[in-house]
Design a protein around this ligand. Structure first.
Ligand code: DGL
Length: 271
């Protein structure tokens, strides 16, 4: 039981995007080992139905539990939005998502209590961020917008070109019309668009990076649960698994994670 602290943290996402969360968790918890699962065979989750997202997220979590992790982080906003209550019920270990920390960070950053949310169609449909924000402060106003074109643009490496700027303007102008002063980047891919988004919304809107707030939340919760690695002197490792071929992973991983990983393995998920 006492060695439980030395087990890895399991983190999953629909694909490689969740490495933005891994990157932030490594920044605040550099000595933790991480097992990462990217469900690359079934990405995107953001266009799928709630029932399908919940099924996929359950299978992803089951795989990580089989890898003997001490806690699971749902890096995927879409999976956090729809599946967290199911995962918390079905598995006997701590499961953390990105929605509550993102909602809390937005409330800390806003001054006029008008908050914008951007994410996949499924995340926006779930209203998970809206509910989490309003549960803490029912005087807040929440304006959300699905941005389905952003994930493919980021994966194509188009993080700051003419087309991306045009798409961002189209998506964000109505939110600016609602006079938001904080905007939650509610998708794993959006941290890579931060500077392009900031240029479109201007300096008066605070960007809330859900990967960053999730990492701070995971550290706080795991510290409280006394689950953080105590004996380790070396830096933690990142062991990635994917459900589709491994070739495409390396390149994308470097962009999302900003560093190298252990060798990536392909796995079939038990259903
Ligand atoms: N990881 C997803 C999210 O954060 C984006 C990609 C997808 O649609 O699967 O919502």
């Amino acid at each position: 039981m006492s060695n439980r602290t030395e087990l890895p943290i399991g983190i999953f996402d629909s694909g490689v995007g969740g490495l933005t969360v891994v990157r932030q968790i490594r920044r605040v918890l550099p000595r933790e080992d991480i097992v990462y699962l990217g469900d690359t065979a079934r990405v995107p989750y953001g266009t799928k139905s709630p029932a399908t997202v919940i099924r996929f997220a359950t299978e992803d979590t089951r795989f990580l539990v089989q890898q003997n992790v001490k806690a699971v982080v749902v890096a995927c906003n879409t999976a956090s939005a729809w599946a967290l209550p199911t995962l918390e019920c079905e598995f006997q270990l701590p499961v953390f998502g990105v929605i509550i920390p993102g909602a809390q960070a937005a409330l800390e950053r806003t001054r006029n209590r008008r908050i914008g949310i951007i994410g996949t169609s499924a995340t926006v449909r779930s209203q998970a961020y809206n509910k989490a924000i309003l549960a803490s402060d029912d005087s807040a106003r929440v304006f959300s917008r699905a941005c389905p074109l952003l994930v493919p643009l980021v994966e194509e490496g188009r993080t700051d070109d003419r087309i991306t700027r045009l798409v961002l303007k189209e998506y964000l102008t109505p939110l600016l019309g609602s006079r938001i002063d904080a905007l939650v980047l509610g998708c794993t891919h959006y941290p890579l668009l931060k500077s392009a988004i900031q240029r479109v919304v201007g300096p008066g809107v605070a960007l809330v990076d859900s990967a960053e707030s999730c990492a701070a939340y995971v550290r706080e919760k795991m510290e409280a649960l006394q689950l953080l690695a105590r004996k380790r002197r070396r830096l933690g490792t990142v062991q990635p698994f994917v459900t589709d071929e491994v070739e495409r992973f390396g390149d994308l991983a470097r962009r999302f994670l900003g560093s190298r990983t252990e060798q990536v393995w392909r796995v079939d998920l038990p259903s």
